[in-house]
Design a protein around this ligand. Structure first.
Ligand code: NAD
Length: 469
């Protein structure tokens, strides 16, 4: 039974309520988890507030040393942790191991770069005055995470928040609470009590109360656009960062390396069973190469082995819940009714498994072309020019990440300039993430950035200082 973690202690929830964490590959219950009550949330917030002062007045270099110890603890546990992530989310072991490496890289970056925590010095208009800025913590940071990257997203929030001198209350997705419990346990002997707190429970109940809690100064949310909009409305004057959904395009131009573009499209579309914010959910292929591209795409997709993520032969694991299987299947049936043509897949395979699915004859106004499906469904478009390709790519409410494949320099730069997304990748899938660079979207894909200096700034504000001498 996993408990709440409040003020440095694993604590029973006052509600007496519990929920279960399942392995979507097998349907087995992995463990039971306690669901927080309002009183538990109040306790976690009070603990965070009470510990904040002593934490925030430590030097940032000292806080970076706490993070370094945490980084080492996480590194020690990475193999066992990857197995837990795979059991809890259904991702393949290599996908789980990959996100843990991302978390380690970010932590490594922060304990170095983060130490500088810099403001700037500028000349004053007044004589005998020094004017400069410095960065300060907000106070209590509420960190709300989705299930699909249950290690890297929590670490990408927790590490910069702590480095900047905030105390944190973590609320993981109710489909991946055990991974969050493990992450918090690695810090038990490292962080002072109250600095890191874990609250588990449902999003609509516990999550909602956390974001509107008076003690919270900054909310960092990663999840669906639908919930992100609710959070923005409910958060009032609190500082809010939102990393939301995507409908990411890959535009393939005639000069592209076709085999690489096909391989990348398959891994981009069907990695984590399409349940990634940066999944390639639309591929737009120039008409001059579609006859070469399409058969290779179908061949490569047809060879994917769907199964339990713990099996080393598995290429694609299950969806997170049976509810998600039904949602994906609803999109597929709707697309067929609307006139799109399934080229492969389109079948629920039992349990939480769904077949890798590709549609062509998709028009840009169809629901499957516009909405984030969050499953293994790829829409294939053709275009007759770069302009048309970019137009199709941009014709969605989202703008997280885009890719263009070309060997033509002019097309590369037109792509990077004109594709309307927070991230643009040339000759690789849209899902690029590096710890020292900002990550985030435009339009309905979010507000703010994680990673890099921008990710540090999400958890700190500027104070202006004048010193007359
Ligand atoms: P979700 O929006 O259902 O849940 C995210 C978190 O919010 C969970 O902890 C959930 O319990 C909580 N929550 C739900 N309703 C809430 C409410 N009313 N108030 C407060 N909290 C609430 O998302 P999910 O299904 O866990 O994850 C999938 C989504 O996350 C996809 O849309 C995906 O694109 C997005 N995502 C975005 C990024 C990014 O960096 N842009 C990364 C990963 C996932």
């Amino acid at each position: 039974m996993q408990k709440l973690y409040i003020n440095g202690k694993w604590t029973d929830a006052g509600s007496g309520e519990t929920f279960e964490s399942y392995n979507p590959s097998t349907g087995e219950v992995i463990d039971t988890v306690q669901a927080a009550s309002s009183a538990d949330i109040d306790m976690a917030m009070s603990a965070a507030r009470a510990s904040f002062h002593d934490w925030t007045v430590t030097n940032v270099t000292e806080r970076a040393e706490y993070l370094r110890r945490y980084l080492y603890a996480l590194r020690e546990e990475k193999e066992e942790l990857a197995k837990l992530v795979t059991r809890e989310t259904g991702k393949t072991l290599s996908e789980s191991a990959g996100e843990i490496e991302d978390a380690l890289n970010l932590s490594d970056y922060l304990v170095g770069e983060g130490k500088r925590f810099f403001g700037y010095v500028t000349p004053s208009t007044m004589k005998n005055r020094l004017a400069y800025t410095q960065r300060c913590a907000y106070g209590v940071a509420a960190l709300l995470a989705p299930w699909n990257f249950p290690v890297s997203i929590i670490v990408w929030k927790m590490m910069p928040a702590l480095l900047c001198g905030n105390a944190v209350v973590i609320k993981p997705a109710s489909t991946a609470p055990l991974t969050a419990g493990a992450l918090v346990s690695f810090g038990e002997d490292i962080f002072p009590p109250g600095i890191v707190n874990l609250i588990t429970g449902g999003g609509g109940s516990v999550g909602k109360q956390i974001i509107s809690h008076d003690e919270v100064d900054v909310v960092s949310f990663t999840g669906s656009t639908e919930v992100g909009k609710k959070i923005k409305n409910a958060a009032g004057l609190k500082e809010v960062g939102l990393e939301l959904g995507g409908k990411n395009p890959a535009l393939i131009m005639p000069s592209a390396d076709i085999r690489k573009a096909v391989n990348d499209t398959v891994s981009g579309a069907f990695g984590v069973a399409g349940q990634r914010c940066t999944a390639t959910s639309r591929v737009i292929v120039h008409e001059d190469i579609i006859d070469a591209f399409k058969p290779l795409l179908l061949e490569k997709t047809g060879a994917l082995k769907v199964g339990d993520g713990l099996d080393p032969g598995t290429d694609m694991g299950p969806l997170i819940t049976y509810g998600q299987v039904k949602a994906v299947d609803g999109y597929v049936r709707g697309a067929i009714e609307a006139g799109a043509r399934p080229l492969c897949g389109g079948e629920a395979l039992g349990g939480c498994y769904y077949s890798p699915t590709i549609f062509d004859r998709v028009s840009t106004d169809m629901q499957i072309a516009r909405e984030e499906i969050f499953g293994p469904v790829l829409c294939l478009f053709t275009c007759s020019s770069l302009e048309e390709g970019i137009h199709i790519a941009n014709d969605v409410p989202y703008g997280l990440s885009s890719a263009i494949y070309t060997r033509d320099l002019r097309e590369s730069f037109r792509g990077t300039n004109e594709l309307a997304s927070g991230i643009v990748v040339v000759n690789n899938p849209p899902g690029a993430v590096e710890a020292h660079l900002p990550f985030g979207g435009v339009k309905e894909s979010g507000i703010g950035r994680s990673g890099g200096i921008e990710g540090i700034n999400e958890f700190s504000r500027t104070k202006t200082v004048y010193i007359d001498y």
